[in-house]
Design a protein around this ligand. Structure first.
Ligand SMILES: Nc1ncnc2c1ncn2[C@@H]1O[C@H](COP(=O)(O)OP(=O)(O)OP(=O)(O)O)[C@@H](O)[C@H]1O
Ligand SMILES: [Mg+2]
Length: 486
């Protein structure tokens, strides 16, 4: 029988959420010690103790929902109940799967691609859940949210189990933590990359943003994680509190880190460094570009170690990841200059990606970018200025104009570009603009096509069209007579 049927005729303060009403109930209890999976727990004030105190215990034992006349304690909202119920419904796949959860402001997507590659190098059948797309035992699914709702998440876990899979690597956004999407899940390995000002519109201030992230390491509603992999070089990561049962692995560049990168070499071909882990020392090579990725690689190596993988398996997995889609992703048709597609779409991100390009000592940096329509107008001149200040040549074009006039958007960005004396062209048609940027490039230059990254569409006023910067750049380069020899 489902919860809605059981509670029919019971006076409720507010109607049951439809997902919750459909939860199957197999037993009813009012003693939390007798609560079992799929039970419905009734909490009420007794003569000696308040049953509400036992609500959490009942839920931990698998109860789907709690009926009480008192308001729910803050951590027992409907979303938590949905997570519990979904977990029971799918027979708790997280208890059999090995879950890795990654949180932090930057580097989650990159780190999850690296870990997934390491696990596959170890012969595991895996799932990866994050911003760009979901991977499930070799299948690629469209990503809805960086972290799906608990019910969808558990459904993915169950599908992975059916496909014979064992390991899940997932980005856990602070939204997801605050909204209870991973409530009650048992994580094997949890990772904290870093914390910087971001998403403060949602969380209010740094402290509450941090508090949301902290939940992952406490094992919100579930068992505490076996391992916490923490960035020793990030001041917020050092403030993370872990359960006494959780083993901490610190990574970083300094001596205090247990996993440490030394002798870092960074160039066009990627990264190389020596990894030191206690007495163990082994060379690591990655095609990923930019020193910041050393942190992501260290975190991924640490995760591999928590699963008992051998250093050579881990390093093969790291080396195998050629690029993260749309993150400094190179388009190579044998041309004598570098073409990079990156999803940078803020002034900060533009400065970062151009700085990474500069670090490779190119002759010139040519930056193509646009600003999205129906979004924060104030960032447009800032993006224009960032691109102009850091580049040698700028191509201003359209991003996703949405309902706005592309020319009006470009005019906003031009205000920023004109603050700097830099050669620039304006071309609203993104395809023509890419052609223009690539025509400008000479031997030794780097061309950055910014803003859309992994996106494969462009959102215009009345329609959405197929558009992939990487595919367009490849075609244009071929049209210019380049072709890949290999
Ligand atoms: N470890 C890191 N520390 C700081 N910045 C990083 C790190 N890794 C990547 N970055 C920068 O942040 C950008 C986003 O990286 P990535 O997509 O891996 O992060 P994310 O945490 O998944 O971000 P989002 O929340 O936007 O999905 C990269 O393009 C890079 O410029
Ligand atoms: Mg991400």
């Amino acid at each position: 029988m489902n919860l809605g049927e059981i509670l029919s005729g019971v006076a409720l303060l507010q109607p049951l959420a439809p997902e919750l009403a459909q939860s199957t109930i197999a037993a009813i209890e009012f003693d939390s010690r007798r609560a079992v999976p799929q039970s419905l727990f009734f909490a009420f004030p007794g003569s000696k103790a308040d049953g509400r105190q036992f609500a959490a215990d009942a839920l931990a034992r698998g109860a789907v929902a709690v009926v009480s006349e008192s308001p729910a304690p803050p951590d027992l909202g409907g979303r938590q109940a949905l997570s519990r119920a979904a977990r029971n419904f799918f027979h708790r796949p997280d208890e059999r799967l090995s879950l890795t959860g990654i949180t932090g402001t930057n580097g989650k997507t990159t780190t999850s691609y690296l870990i997934d590659s390491v696990l596959r190098s170890g012969g595991k059948t895996t799932a990866m859940i994050g911003t760009i797309e979901y991977h499930l035992a070799g299948r690629v699914l469209k990503a809805v949210n960086t972290t799906p709702e608990s019910l969808d998440l558990l459904r993915l876990f169950a599908e992975l189990e059916n496909a014979g899979g064992t390991h899940v690597t997932m980005e856990v956004s602070s939204h997801a933590l605050a909204l209870g999407r991973v409530y009650g899940l048992n994580f094997h390995t949890t990772i904290f990359t870093n914390l910087t000002r971001d998403h403060l519109d949602f969380h209010g201030d740094m402290e509450s943003y941090f508090a949301a992230k902290q939940l992952l390491f406490e094992g919100a509603g579930g068992a505490p994680p076996k391992y916490a992999v923490l960035n020793r070089d990030d001041e917020w990561a050092r403030r993370i509190k872990v359960n006494s049962k959780t083993e901490v692995l610190w990574y970083g560049l300094g001596q205090e880190a247990v996993l440490r990168a030394r002798h870092i070499a960074s160039g066009f071909g990627g990264l190389r460094f020596d990894l030191q882990f206690g007495k163990l020392r082994f060379p690591v090579e990655s095609p990923l570009i930019g020193k910041i990725n050393v942190y992501n690689i260290l975190a991924a190596c640490a995760a591999g170690l928590t699963y008992g993988l051998a250093p050579e398996v881990i390093t093969r997995g790291i080396a195998d990841l050629k690029a993260v889609p749309g993150r400094f992703e190179r388009v190579d048709e044998g041309q004598p200059f570098v073409v990079v597609v990156d999803y940078a779409h803020t002034d900060d991100a533009l400065r970062n990606v151009i700085a990474v390009a500069r670090g490779l000592n190119p002759k010139r940096v040519i930056t193509l970018f646009g600003c999205g329509g129906d979004r924060d107008r104030s960032k447009r001149p800032l993006m224009g200025q960032a691109a102009a200040e850091a580049s040698d040549f700028v191509v201003l074009t359209s991003d996703n104009p949405r309902s706005e006039d592309p020319l009006a958007i470009m005019n906003d960005a031009l205000v920023g570009i004109r603050r700097v004396d830099v050669p620039h062209v304006v071309e609203p048609d993104r395809q023509a603009a890419i052609r223009r940027a690539l025509k400008e490039a000479r031997e030794g230059d780097i061309v950055i096509l910014a803003g859309k990254g992994h996106e494969t569409y462009q959102v215009l006023k009345d329609k959405t069209i197929d558009f992939d910067d990487r595919a367009v750049a490849r075609e244009v380069l071929k049209g210019y007579g380049y072709h890949k020899t290999q």
